[in-house]
Design a protein around this ligand. Structure first.
Ligand code: BES
Ligand code: ZN
Ligand code: ZN
Length: 514
């Protein structure tokens, strides 16, 4: 599991580097030679004059020092030198971060295609970001772009790329600052790759038990405590939602709990992730076309465990965090839940299940209600591939955000912008909640076709009471996310880097005025 790539800050002279690829960055300037490292000006100038390289985003120039005599002039010891365009100097720090992440993604993608093992990257001087921030974003892009999932390919395919083994970062300035930035980028980048790994595993491998095993493994490696609620525990405490969804399955459900505590009276954040290991729709069966993608219905759970990996590595001093992942598949076995069935959630609320494919909200409702009762968190964030409707509204470019707390929304949006995982808030309100009224139970699990993402969130809202809560509908972004160099096809790992940013500088939420 995870990538074996290593990342180091090096003081080695770049001329002495004898690896497979040495990379510089260049910044686009209007009608002028792109701004770049002195050592590659000679290479770049004629190419810029020819108009083939202006330093714009995704510009990429590859040279072989030996074949153009540069080896002698600069005594470059490595086989290949590349220059990557960063684009024009952007205005905001977030845009600058993204330029560096994209460059990292381009570098890793190219390096993989040459099967390069050892790559040195010169961290560019970009005004507007500190050396640490530059190193962080570049490191993130390198690791995210270097991601490969080919463990099930048994043939030595010519087309198979192989990930870079070692990235060396060289830069102008304090190596302590560089190492700090690199560590942040590495922690978040590798955790997002771990979330992608979980998502890429097929439904016959990544079962609820695997979620539990992974959480136990994290608890073995880091100062985190793991607890698993088994089916019998769920029966005892009355988690009717998770049990109902699991009825048609051949494998038992799990509720995975992973806790990080500072031992101090710090605010507690609860993270909840939908861990639906395969969503067939159940008796309300989904159409066959594209159903294979429903192995990704556990990306919320994967993001939450990814975030806990960052928490475990960094151990933020002023926040306690509890992660909950309700995990089951949604199948249509003989005992399966049926449309019209009435179930009872943890806490006693009853639901008429009108569509068994709206199962995510059923498992999340139990986790939310039980989590609040058990741990009394100060804030809750849930992540779930909850509705196809969010793709209709926001496409694959933004995560839907629904919340009962404006400060929480502001924070999530800010962290999302910094991580280039943008959010967009949708409203909640009694008029939407009314769509969930049932004739025979407290609620029904579907509120009709209009506003499908909002009514799904309105369902969850019934279980959070007054606790500040935000729901992230990642159905459009967990895979097929905006195409870019560091987001390969397949699962994106969305949410991990946003959550990492959020917990890194968490402050207590202001108390609501009465
Ligand atoms: N896991 C799906 C949502 C989904 C759909 C995610 C497409 C990603 C891509 C969820 O469990 C579901 O099936 N939701 C239904 C709800 C409907 C029955 C009210 C949906 O969106 O169609
Ligand atoms: Zn479903
Ligand atoms: Zn689902």
């Amino acid at each position: 599991m995870g990538t074996k790539t290593t990342l180091h800050v090096t003081g080695e002279k770049i001329e002495k580097f004898t690896g497979d690829l040495l990379v510089f960055c260049a910044i686009e300037r209007p009608d002028r030679m792109p701004f770049c490292d002195e050592r590659v000006k000679k290479i770049l100038q004629p190419v810029w004059k020819s108009g083939d390289f202006t330093g714009k985003k995704d510009d990429y120039l590859l040279v072989y020092p030996a074949s153009i005599g540069m080896g002698k002039i600069h005594r470059f010891g490595c086989r290949r030198i590349a220059v990557v365009g960063l684009g024009k100097p952007e205005d905001t720090p977030n845009e600058l971060r993204e330029q560096l992440r994209l460059a990292g993604g381009t570098i890793a993608t190219k390096a993989k295609s040459y099967k390069a093992q050892k790559v040195m990257v010169v961290v560019p001087d970009v005004a507007g970001l500190s050396l640490s921030e530059r190193t962080e974003s570049l490191s993130e892009g390198l690791l995210l772009g270097n991601y490969c999932f080919d463990k099930y390919k048994t043939k030595d395919d010519e087309d198979l790329t192989s990930p870079v083994k070692t990235f060396l970062l060289s830069g102008n300035g304090s190596s302590t600052a560089m190492r700090h930035g690199m560590t942040l980028g590495k922690n978040a980048g590798l955790a997002a790759c771990a979330a992608r790994d979980m998502a890429n595993e097929p439904g016959n491998v990544w079962t609820p038990e695997k979620f539990a095993d992974h959480a136990k493994q994290l608890a073995g490696e880091y100062p985190l405590k793991c607890r698993i609620l088994e089916k019998k525990d769920m029966k005892k405490i009355g988690m009717g939602g998770i049990l109902a969804v699991n009825q048609g399955s051949a494998v038992p459900p799990k509720l995975v709990i992973l806790r990080y505590t500072t031992g101090k009276k710090n605010p507690t954040l609860m993270l909840v992730g939908k861990g639906l290991t395969f969503d067939s729709g159940g008796v309300s069966l989904k159409p066959a076309a594209g159903m294979e993608d429903m192995k990704y219905d556990m990306c919320g759970g994967a993001a939450v465990l990814g975030a806990m990996e960052v928490v475990g590595r960094e151990q933020p001093p002023d926040i306690n965090i509890i992660a909950l992942v309700p995990a089951t598949d949604n199948m249509s076995g003989a005992a399966a839940l049926k449309p019209g069935d009435i179930i009872k959630h943890f806490g006693g609320k009853t639901t008429e299940v009108v569509n068994t494919d709206a199962e995510g909200r059923l498992i999340l409702a139990d986790a939310l209600a039980w989590g609040i009762k058990t741990y009394a968190p100060d804030a809750i964030i849930d992540l779930a591939t909850l509705t196809g409707a969010v793709i209709m509204g926001l496409g694959h470019h933004r995560t839907g955000l629904l919340s009962n707390n404006d400060t929480l929304v502001e924070r999530i949006c800010r962290a999302g912008e910094q991580a280039a995982e943008p959010f967009w808030r949708l409203p909640l309100g009694p008029e939407y909640s009314k769509q969930l009224k049932s004739e025979v139970a407290d609620l029904k699990n579907v509120g009709g076709r209009p506003a499908g993402t909002i009514t799904a969130a309105a369902y969850l809202q019934e279980f959070v009471g007054k606790t500040p809560w935000a729901h992230c509908d990642i159905a459009g972004t967990a895979w097929d996310f905006t195409e870019k160099s560091y987001i390969p096809k397949g699962p994106s790992g969305v949410g991990v880097r946003t959550l990492a940013g959020l917990v890194r500088d968490w402050a207590p939420l202001p108390k609501k005025k009465k």
